[in-house]
Design a protein around this ligand. Structure first.
Ligand SMILES: *Cc1c(COP(=O)(O)O)cnc(C)c1O
Length: 376
C-alpha cells in the first residue's frame, strides 16, 4: 500500500483546539483583564469548586504548577529531613525532585512492566521506620493499583499521595484518581490532558486540616492574601487567575477529550495488530485516559529515527530511570537494581496523541511503523 506524505505529525498539537474554542477562551481571558483581579480572582475559586466536585474530593486548591502541588502536599504532611518517601523511578523528575527539596529521601521501588506504575508487591519490602508516605504516579493516564497500595499504607500508618499530573479524569474502580490517597496533585502544564496556557497546578484532598494547610502554604504560610501574620514558612504558589479562566472553559470538554483519546488508542491498537510492538495494557478496573499512548517496541531508537524521517514525532517518556540519574548517585543504585524500569527506558515509545488527531494521520503513523518492521 502506498502511503501519502503528510505535513508533520506532531506528538501533540494545541493549535487546532485553540482555533475551535477561540472565542470562548479569548472572552474568558479578557474578562480577567477587565476585572484586574489577577491573583486569586473569582475564576480560581470557581475552578477549585468545580474540580473538587468533578474529582469528588472535598477540597481543591489551585497552585502555581504540578511541581508545587507535590511540594506543598509534602509540606502539608510535615515531611522533611530524616524522612523517606517511597516512589516510582519511572516518572518525570519532579515527582522525586520535590522529595529532595523538602529534605527527605526518595526510595525508588520498581514498576510493573504492564501498567508502567509502581508494583504494589514490591512496596512493603521498602518500608522502614523512616517511611512517611508513598508517592504514587498514575503514569500515561492509567491509575496505579490503588487498593493494595492503600492497604499497605493503612497497615504501616503511612500516607499516600497521588501524582495525577497525567491522569485528570481517569479513574480506578469508579473513583477518580486524586480522590483515593490523602492528597492528589495535578499539573496544568500546557501539554497535560487538561492543560492551561502557561503553568498551573492543583492539590486535592478530602481532609479539611490538610486543605487549610495547603491554602496557607501557597500564600507564605499566612491566613490568606492581605494577612500579614505568618504561621509557617510557605511559598508564593497560586494558580494564576488567567489560567483558571482558560481551565474553566477547558474543564467543560475534558470528558469528551478523554473519550477521544481512548478512541484514538483503540484505532492505534487495531492498526498495530500483528506487528512486533506491544500495545498498551488496560487494566479492566480502570479508565485509562491515554495521556500518552505508549508502546513497548524492539529496535526503538531505529524506529523513532525512521518515523522522524517521515515527519512523525514519537517521543520517549522517559529515557533514563530516575534511580540511575547522576543526581541520585549517593543513593547507591547500580544498573540492574530496578530491572523493570530499566527495561522500559530502553523500549518505550509514545506515539502522537491528542484529541484532535485525525484518522489519516493515525493511518500514516501506523503504516510507517508497519513499513519499518517489514524492512528490518
Ligand atoms: C508534568 C509532571 C509533573 C510536573 O508538573 P509541572 O506542572 O510541570 O510542574 C509532575 N509529575 C508528573 C508525572 C508529570 O508528568
Amino acid at each position: 500500500m502506498k502511503t501519502k506524505q503528510f505535513e508533520p505529525v506532531y506528538s501533540l498539537d494545541l493549535k487546532e483546539q485553540y482555533q475551535k474554542h477561540k472565542d470562548e477562551i479569548n472572552s474568558a481571558v479578557l474578562a480577567v483583564f477587565e476585572r484586574t483581579s489577577f491573583i486569586l480572582g473569582p475564576e480560581v475559586k470557581e475552578l477549585e469548586e468545580k474540580t473538587a466536585k468533578y474529582l469528588n474530593t472535598g477540597f481543591s486548591i489551585g497552585v502555581a504548577s504540578g511541581t508545587d502541588a507535590l511540594h506543598l502536599a509534602l509540606r502539608a504532611l510535615d515531611i522533611g529531613p530524616g524522612d523517606e518517601v517511597i516512589t516510582t523511578p519511572f516518572t518525570f523528575f519532579a515527582t522525586s525532585e520535590v522529595i529532595g527539596i523538602v529534605g527527605a529521601t526518595p526510595v525508588f521501588v520498581d514498576v510493573d512492566t504492564k501498567t508502567f506504575n509502581i508494583d504494589p508487591e514490591k512496596i512493603e519490602k521498602a518500608i522502614t521506620s523512616k517511611t512517611k508516605a508513598i508517592l504514587v504516579v498514575h503514569l500515561y493516564g492509567q491509575s496505579a493499583d490503588m487498593d493494595p497500595i492503600m492497604k499497605i499504607a493503612q497497615k504501616h500508618k503511612i500516607t499516600v499521595i497521588e501524582d495525577c499530573a497525567q491522569s485528570f479524569g481517569s479513574d480506578y474502580k469508579g473513583r477518580k484518581t486524586g480522590s483515593i490517597g490523602s492528597l492528589g496533585c495535578y499539573s496544568f502544564f500546557p501539554t497535560k490532558n487538561l492543560g492551561a496556557y502557561g503553568d498551573g497546578g492543583l492539590v486535592t484532598t478530602s481532609d479539611k486540616a490538610l486543605a487549610e494547610k495547603v491554602n496557607k502554604l501557597r500564600v507564605h504560610g499566612s491566613a490568606g492574601m492581605g494577612s500579614y501574620y505568618y504561621e509557617m514558612l510557605g511559598l508564593n504558589s497560586r494558580l494564576d487567575t488567567i489560567q483558571a479562566a482558560v481551565l474553566l472553559v477547558k474543564l467543560k470538554y475534558i470528558d469528551e477529550w478523554n473519550r477521544k483519546r481512548r478512541e484514538i488508542a483503540m484505532k492505534y491498537n487495531k492498526k498495530l495488530k500483528g506487528l512486533p510492538v506491544e500495545t498498551p495494557f488496560e487494566a479492566p478496573d480502570r479508565n485509562h485516559i491515554y495521556h500518552q499512548y505508549t508502546l513497548k517496541v524492539e529496535k526503538r531508537d531505529e524506529l523513532m529515527e525512521y518515523l522522524k524521517e517521515k515527519g512523525i514525532h514519537a517521543r520517549i517518556y522517559y529515557p533514563m530511570s530516575l534511580h540511575l540519574q547522576h543526581i541520585y548517585k549517593e543513593l547507591g543504585f547500580k544498573k540492574g537494581d530496578l530491572p523493570n524500569s530499566e527495561m522500559l527506558q530502553e523500549s518505550v515509545l509514545s506515539l502522537p496523541m491528542y484529541p484532535e488527531l485525525q484518522d489519516d494521520k493515525i493511518e500514516y503513523v501506523t503504516q510507517n511503523i508497519n513499513d519499518f518492521y517489514s524492512k528490518v
